[in-house]
Design a protein around this ligand. Sequence first.
Ligand code: NAD
Ligand code: 89Y
Length: 346
Amino acid sequence: MADKIGVSVVGCGFFAQNHLNAWRDLAKDGVELIAVCDIDAAKAKAAAEKFKVPRWYTDLDVLLAKEKPGLIDIVTRVETHREQVLKTVAKGIPTIVQKPFGFDLGDCRAMTLAAKKAGVFLAVHENFRFQAPLRRITELLRQGVIGTPSWGRVSFRTDYDIYTGQPYLLNETRFVINDLGVHVCDLARAFLGEVEHVTCETQRRNPKAKGEDTATMMMKHVNGAVSMVECTYGAHRLPDIFPQTLIELEGPKGAIILYKNFDLEIMVGGKITKEHADAEVLHWAARPWHIIQESVLATNAHILNALRSGKPADVSAEDNFKTFACCEAAYKSAESGKAVALEPLQ
Ligand code: NAD
Ligand code: 89Y
């Protein structure tokens, strides 16, 4: 068994339940949940009781004064990320922070540079690339099955009721690009490489939403590839396939298409190979969220392995800065009507 590592989870709300379940599953790999924290005492206490965590707090400063976590997992909402990450990094504690990394690129830059300067491990919990079908596509691309793709489409379109679980989304002034755009832009980078510039149009289809709920982006990648990257919470389609991401990739040797319901087709040399790439429904998971829930376990396991091997995570702060730079460029493009080049870290 690997050495023990004490993990503290900050924020015990809607999505943190998946993190807590995943960390509990990783007890077999030496993970020990030592403390949880939420400004809402009832939520902190309930999480501690449910996941048998010995101590709970309502203030991160108090947790940091009393505990010595080997890893802090911040699962609060975006408005608290910068302040909390700067605190944990200043204490030298390896940290994971949920997406979106920051509210804007300035937040992401401040956190990334603080961690870099202090030499502290910082990863962003960007989980979509760890979903089972998307892991499989990464594997196929690494094997060179279709060659280097020169065109792609990444698409997340739904009108599933996300507002019951995440009511705060209706009030976000930066809405779908910060919430889902970070995932689809990250996949475009993961499959087609770094991005040079972004063109974007946004729409607000739901009048109750403060921010944009639909984004259509086109990306020019540094290697010349082009991708269409889309996300919407206002698509009235049947069947609604929430929370599935659809993928199309075309390379010099063939194409890879991920259709609905995790049906994957690999088209090479005039032949189609079909695979069913659904994720396991973990013992604490339920459809349709199972695909995301299993990816939380895979993301946590990946980040933990990276930390233990002294390497940055694939979804390190520096990596995710580049994903968020696509989102920032998308907002600027939607405002200006022009293609916007990505900003560098420094
Ligand atoms: P939530 O509001 O349900 O939970 C946030 C919790 O943080 C609340 O319980 C709140 O009381 C607590 N909190 C607020 N300020 C705090 C502070 N200063 N210290 C400690 N606790 C504090 O929100 P959520 O839906 O769980 O979202 C949390 C994060 O997870 C967001 O960044 C969201 O984008 C992300 N998320 C990711 C996915 C995914 O698939 N990757 C899905 C849903 C949500
Ligand atoms: O907030 C969103 C996310 O990040 O993944 C799924 C989600 O919870 C709703 O679309």
